[in-house]
Design a protein around this ligand. Structure first.
Ligand code: B12
Length: 284
């Protein structure tokens, strides 16, 4: 549509010239036509659970409805295991947020609000899980240098603490040197690292190299986070690819029982006690 400078066009004239097939519709701004609800997006539809109360919980995360998340999670926890509430409800909501963010239909503020809503639900699950009093051993957890994404790491820490581990939580964007210092100081049974960005995941092999140079080691260096895949994690020493946060205490238990990182790479599904698609070739 061209507009010649100086001409003033009436709304009616303008409307006649608009090709409605090319008018963009965003979720939060209806330019023309009806707004599409986030839950009606085809990718989101594939992710959202159909079963209640998981669906309502996931929807509340998707819509960043913090109060709604709290109410629904409180209700769900009366009869459902907190791990299931996180994995099948809160986690799915965040997966749906990720899908819309990847398509540039959600923006950083949307993601941050949904992340806060999810963490409010996780906090309630954490209270329900309780914290075991007797400590089984020490684990050091961190998010890779330069990486601000700490939701997955927080879940890992929560599950480890609930299962009786003392966790030294180094936080996010942790310099590699700090991880090495913490290993020397606390002599953990396991270290967990999380990386969500391709630019930050290289911290893991760098840390493994630093350990070798310093002549130190850890029984298991569990590495996870959206950026990494099994192949990458298995390209350096001490490491085991961690798929789900609730697998972390199972890996730590196995390390306490004397399993090595080399054994854990091949026994992962057996150790965590469930089907893990990422290890489908090592199920037997
Ligand atoms: C939430 C989010 C944010 C939030 C983070 C809030 C927070 N406190 O974490 C905010 C809004 C701050 C953010 C910011 C940015 N983000 Co962001 N973000 C996301 C998003 C949508 C979801 C990530 C998430 O939390 N997932 C859920 C958690 C639970 O998953 P997880 O950490 O992987 O953990 C699971 C497993 O991996 C496992 N796990 C993890 N660690 C371990 C360890 C062990 C031992 C085990 C067993 C298991 C395990 O447990 C969990 C499941 O149970 C992703 C999109 C996506 N598809 O992932 C983008 C994404 C990660 N972000 C991205 C980017 C680029 C950014 C920004 C740089 C954007 C920008 N241009 O400014 C900024 C960072 C700015 C900075 N300071 O550097 C990119 C990274 C691209 C890449 N491959 O490098 C992604 C992939 C989006 C995209 N498709 O482009 N982001």
């Amino acid at each position: 549509m061209s507009y010649e400078g100086g001409d003033v066009m009436s709304i009616e004239e303008l409307a006649k010239k608009i090709d409605f097939d090319y008018v963009h519709i965003r979720y939060n701004v209806v330019v023309e036509g009806p707004a599409i609800k986030p839950e009606d997006d085809p990718d989101v539809k594939k992710i959202l659970p159909t079963e209640e109360p998981f669906r309502s919980i996931a929807l509340a995360v998707l819509k960043a409805d913090l109060k709604g998340v709290e109410e629904k999670v409180k209700e769900a926890l009366k009869k459902i295991d907190p791990v299931k509430v996180i994995e099948n409800g809160l986690g799915k909501g965040m997966d749906a947020v990720s899908a819309l963010y990847a398509k540039a239909l959600y923006f950083l503020p949307d993601v941050m609000l949904s992340a806060d809503a999810m963490m409010a639900g996780v906090k309630l699950c954490e209270e329900k899980l309780g914290k075991a009093t007797k400590k089984k051993g020490t684990v050091v957890s961190f998010v890779a240098e330069g990486d601000p994404h700490d939701i997955g790491k927080n879940l890992v820490v929560m599950f480890l603490r609930a299962n009786g581990y003392e966790v030294i939580d180094l936080g996010r964007d942790v310099p590699n040197k700090e991880v090495i210092e913490a290993i020397k100081k606390h002599k953990p049974i396991m270290v967990t690292g999380t990386a969500l960005m391709t630019t930050t995941m290289t911290a893991f092999p760098a840390i493994a190299e630093m350990m070798k140079k310093e002549g130190i080691s850890v029984p298991v260096f569990g590495c996870g986070g959206g950026a990494v895949k099994r192949d990458f994690v298995e390209s350096y020493d001490f490491s085991v690819y961690g798929v789900k946060a609730h697998h972390a205490p199972k890996l730590a238990d196995a390390a306490l029982a004397g399993k090595t990182w080399k054994e854990l790479r091949y026994e992962y599904p057996k150790v965590v006690g469930e089907f893990v698609a990422e290890y489908a070739d090592r199920m037997g």
